[in-house]
Design a protein around this ligand. Sequence first.
Ligand code: ZN
Length: 299
Amino acid sequence: MTRERLLDLFKNLQVWKRHGVRAPHKPLLLLLALGRVLNNKDRLVSYSEIEVPMKGLLRRFGPPRGSFHPEYPFSRLPRDQLWDIPGSENLFRIPGREYRVRELRDHDVKGGFPVWVYDFLRRHSDIARDAAQGLLDAHFPESLHDEIRAATGIPYTWEVRETPKRRRDPAFRRHVLREYEYRCAVCNFDVRLGDDLIGLEAAHIMWVAAGGPDKVANGLALCGKHHKALDRGAVGLKAVGANYKVLISSEVHGQSEPVRWFLDFHGKYLRAPRNRLVHPNPEFVRWHYKEVFRRPPLA
Ligand SMILES: [Zn+2]
């Protein structure tokens, strides 16, 4: 069994991404399972034990939806050869069909990596960490990686090998910052240290992981705070005529003064570039509103 074959299974994960619709169920369950491997836990975990943590992960890092389905990956991951439910043939008779939550709970169904995958990952924790990094890169923007690692028990490491997927187009950052005149499009932040900008970033509106391009029309210059908030769905955008207004999610709250750095910008116009040709593309803005922004916005 080679490292490459195993990493390929993770890479070739069948995730429903038609029109960029996010389905992070499989990656999140696999990250939880990798966290278990890296924390010396048993191979199998019962559905009941993992249901609440999975729901929490889907709520925090998945798209805003009316309901969450932690049971989906239990039925679907076996087809990717990365999940094993011992005895499922006897329990469910028709292999490969979707399990209902009641069935998974009532039969105390347990699942986990297939034995060979689990044994291999236990022997090679560096490969488990690479697999986790590959899942993070393929399904989530970098600004969320630390939080997802913490939530799934994946230890942070400096030794993660660079995978080819972790490419960044340096021109994207350069062009976005220039068009936005080196200021945050939400709050105007433009702090420099000497000649260097500190804390100003080029954000993607439609995530690269969801197929968003490295184009200025899919970018925003944002301070670190508002970049993170955009990727988490605390900040969103709404088209008003030919311009955009900033939306703040009604879930944003806090006791301290800095919470004003969010609430005060609700309903304000985005500082878009002078050049209309590079304004945010409505298609990417709609994607962000549907797949990332924590609706409803503040009243
Ligand atoms: Zn800002």
